[in-house]
Design a binder for this molecule. Sequence first.
Ligand SMILES: O=C(O)c1ccccc1N[C@@H]1O[C@H](COP(=O)(O)O)[C@@H](O)[C@H]1O
Length: 268
Amino acid sequence: MTDESLFKAGLPGSAGDEWSNANRGPHHLLHRSHDNGLQFRILLIPSTPQLSSMFVKICGIRDVATARAVAECGPDAIGLNFYRKSSRWLDLPMAERICRVLPAEVEPIGVFVNHAVDEILDIVSHCRIGTVQLHGDEPPDIAEKLIRSGREVIRALRIDEANADRLPEYVAEYREIPLRAFLVDARVDGAYGGSGRKAPWGAIAKAWNCDWPPLILAGGLTPTNIAEGIREAQPWGVDTAGGVESSPAIKDPIKVRAFIDNARTGGR
Ligand SMILES: O=C(O)c1ccccc1N[C@@H]1O[C@H](COP(=O)(O)O)[C@@H](O)[C@H]1O
């Protein structure tokens, strides 16, 4: 980790408020403690992923019963998708209900595509969601505004074989912005995300030159391929939507459990 990235990791104002601290599992201690100092971070952040501490997010939960069933499987986070064109979209009252029943150790993350900052802040305030996943064409200043407003931000980057070597360029645009993580999803024409298509793991691993913020791998991840994806791309965390469904937008708890177990054990 460089001095610069340590400095950024410790920047105040990157969302340590009552929302983001309410639903926190152990992973958040890795990069959210301003008070405990840099030493603390150096000791806890692994330079290569340790499977048991793999951050796992299950995205696209749309009802309370599914939220409870998925939470029982032990993910770190679930994704609530506010992009209206997604089959996984849910409305605000349902999102609020889900957030109310989630156990404290499972964090809700709001997924947005090209929403206005005010709309995002309205939604996350209502639901007490601390982290926003920007999955559209939002420029860096949107992330900056959200962070200044006390939210944490995961920035999604859409990558295929053709643009993988530009990853450092995309990441550099956020040099001054204390993101919580980058999420790398597959680039597919006509889709912002949730395509079920695999991202180019090897090319991502080769191009990723950034020790902070951490990398979340997404795109076409399933219980069957997750261990290989982790081995190849070496992410800090993983995220799936379609890979744990029995039919479009319907989560299958058996697949969810298998995905989480395999992510944490490397399929062993
Ligand atoms: O899930 C969606 O429908 C979606 C729509 C628009 C933006 C993001 C979306 N979901 C995110 O996409 C990735 C990859 O999904 P999949 O596993 O390939 O189905 C997922 O991690 C969600 O965070």
